[in-house]
Design a protein around this ligand. Structure first.
Ligand code: ATP
Ligand code: MG
Length: 271
């Protein structure tokens, strides 16, 4: 990942129960998010076997919710297969972890894809459209509605004022560039980070997806994304859903791509 200096984890970086899944495999920290959550790749370089994410428990991090969504969504779109999840006590309170099988492809912000935004950005637009077209809203048991987000995040109920007319789809829930996987040819091949997946207006995904382009590829890529997605710009909806996204505690629009390396101060955590 750009800006993320890989940090080889020792077993004590990981909550004890994760050691069972990491046994005998090299573990390398590859991602640190805005809340200090760290994702490790387990396995030899170039052919990872599994990924494990560890983060303090909070409204944005509930591995059981992620697993439920992965198990439901996999029949419609390529998503990681969950392996195991659990909780462990940490110095700052409870932490939760999730192990998934490595999915095919590489993040759209990996250097080889970030270097060619003329290919990558349209691929991201197509990928989000394919997700919205493939996952059926009528059968989806999960909500990402404005009201549910406000309640979950403890936001001011006035955030719902002026909500535009709904065009419901199953949203990814964190449609920032790093959460899309591309194959060697730069084509969309998978989706990660689905803990907020649920029915909402398509602009709930489009607003952070557009903002994320700037952070990851520089200015000026929004028209190419919207064209590939196949929708006209809608400044009113975009502004409404951007304000909501930006009010949430973890709003980062994929900025974690430039985050600090995973620190080596992850203490040993009894399982
Ligand atoms: N099963 C998997 N297969 C392939 N890559 C994965 C897998 N799980 C995680 N990754 C990689 O690790 C990165 C971080 O994982 P993930 O998005 O779940 O963490 P996060 O901390 O929730 O991210 P964010 O900063 O978006 O909140 C992903 O962008 C992806 O590149
Ligand atoms: Mg992510």
């Amino acid at each position: 990942m750009p800006g993320v200096t890989a940090d080889v984890a020792t077993p004590e970086h990981l909550p004890a129960p994760v050691g069972r899944w990491a046994a005998g495999l090299p573990a390398e920290a590859v991602w640190r998010n805005e809340l200090g959550g760290v994702t490790y790749r387990l396995g030899p370089p170039g052919s990872p076997a599994r990924y494990v994410k560890v983060e303090d428990v909070g409204p944005e991090w509930d591995p059981a919710a992620v697993v439920a969504r992965l198990r439901w969504a996999h029949r419609y779109v390529p998503v990681p297969v969950p392996v195991a999840h659990g909780r462990a006590s940490g110095a700052a309170g409870p932490r939760a972890w999730l192990v998934t099988q490595a999915a095919a492809g590489e993040s759209a912000v990996a250097p080889r894809h970030a270097r060619r935004p003329g290919t990558t950005v349209p691929a991201l637009g197509r990928a989000l459209r394919a997700f919205h077209d493939a996952v059926p809203a009528r059968d989806c048991p999960f909500s990402w509605s404005v009201a549910d987000r406000i309640a979950r995040m403890g936001l001011d109920p006035a955030r719902a004022d002026g909500m535009p007319a709904l065009d419901p789809v199953v949203c990814h829930g964190d449609a920032c560039s790093p959460n899309f996987l591309l194959d060697d040819a730069g084509r969309p091949c998978g989706y990660v980070d689905l803990g907020a997946l649920g029915v909402a207006d398509r602009w709930a995904d489009l607003a952070p997806a557009l903002a994320s382009l700037q952070w990851n590829y520089g200015p000026g890529w929004e028209p190419a994304f919207l064209d590939a997605y196949g929708v006209d710009a809608d400044p009113g909806k975009r502004a409404f859903y951007w304000r909501l996204w930006d009010a949430e505690p973890t709003a980062d629009a994929g900025r974690a791509a430039q985050a600090a390396p995973a620190a080596s101060d992850e203490g040993a955590v009894p399982g």
